[in-house]
Design a protein around this ligand. Sequence first.
Ligand SMILES: Nc1ncnc2c1ncn2[C@@H]1O[C@H](COP(=O)(O)OP(=O)(O)OP(=O)(O)O)[C@@H](O)[C@H]1O
Ligand SMILES: [Mg+2]
Length: 374
Amino acid sequence: MSETTEAATAAERNTSADEAGKAVFSVRNLWKVFGPKAERIPHDESVTGLSQAELREKTGCTAAVRDVSFDVRKGEVFVVMGLSGSGKSTLVRCLTRLIEPTAGTLEFNGDDVIGMDKDRLRELRRHRASMVFQNFGLLPHRTVVDNVAYGLEIQGVGRAERRARAAEMVTKVGLDGLGERRPGQLSGGQQQRVGLARALAVDPEVLLFDEPFSALDPLIRRDMQEEVIRLHSEEGRTMVFITHDLNEALRLGDRIALMRDGQVVQLGTPEEIVANPADEYVRDFVRDVPREQVISVRRAMRPCKKGEADTGAALEPDTLVVDAVEAVARSGEHCRVVENGRTLGVVDNARLLNVVAGLTGEEDGGEQKAVAAV
Ligand SMILES: Nc1ncnc2c1ncn2[C@@H]1O[C@H](COP(=O)(O)OP(=O)(O)OP(=O)(O)O)[C@@H](O)[C@H]1O
Ligand SMILES: [Mg+2]
């Protein structure tokens, strides 16, 4: 992954320089195998290479997570995406050992999660990494405020304080005036906001979302996505977000891990995944994405020809192609891609059209060569 694309992550926008980019979760060679004698599977080379179907046939086991490694960096929205059954829920539940991993290492801020005893695990789940579930998990007989306060109650926070904090969260997620209702008196979207407020109330370092919005209708879903984006940009809280919806992944993710059959087949920024899919599976996944809305001129540009470096309007490297098309049309010539006063390359009509047509990726030039040529 290039340093330049990393520079645009929320981690660096929202956290101090020395904190940004630090791993919150650090996952190495993680496996979760369901089935008889599951623990031998990760270490048995005669079966680790088998497909899911072959593995099931031969051993009766399912490797829901297979040899997965990644870091979730402080301040980022880390999206786990994949089709149904690809292992997303299992992976995220392994992070706080709601599901016990079969093999591999797992750290939270440098602490070994696998080695944690019951008390420390409880502390991890209650204070440091809160989960927002798809089915909201609300208590039907309690009011909204008392549902939101629930996590604080478990922590032993006194009634007055927890109700005050809960009321603050209710406002934060846009439920002002509904605090005394019960969940049954709320719409699906409102219930999901209660779930979100409850997770936020304990002020966790990381929020883990397992397809929280998939039961919501599209308009409310969009609303909730915007809520997450707003909360994230206001607070810079680290988030791990599962979805099988590519548009949701592209909208929310600073980085996306794309899973297939328990493995991470590609990990990168939305732009990297769309511009440069790792294999046919990923290419298929992103086929219908409007590329001009994801790819920036940093990736689309070509080297300057003679004289071009001093002429044409200047664009920031992060300008999306869709906006650059307009700028190029307005200027009637090429535009320069300028960073800190230095021209990195240029984009013109032909170059931008290539992106829209899917002809520009790392393989045909991309950023490195363009920079090298300046
Ligand atoms: N307790 C279990 N016992 C056996 N197999 C399981 C168990 N839980 C999950 N699996 C299997 O592990 C694989 C991954 O399941 P998982 O729930 O993680 O997928 P997912 O990506 O979250 O899917 P979805 O999008 O449908 O929620 C599936 O093949 C599933 O059948
Ligand atoms: Mg799931």
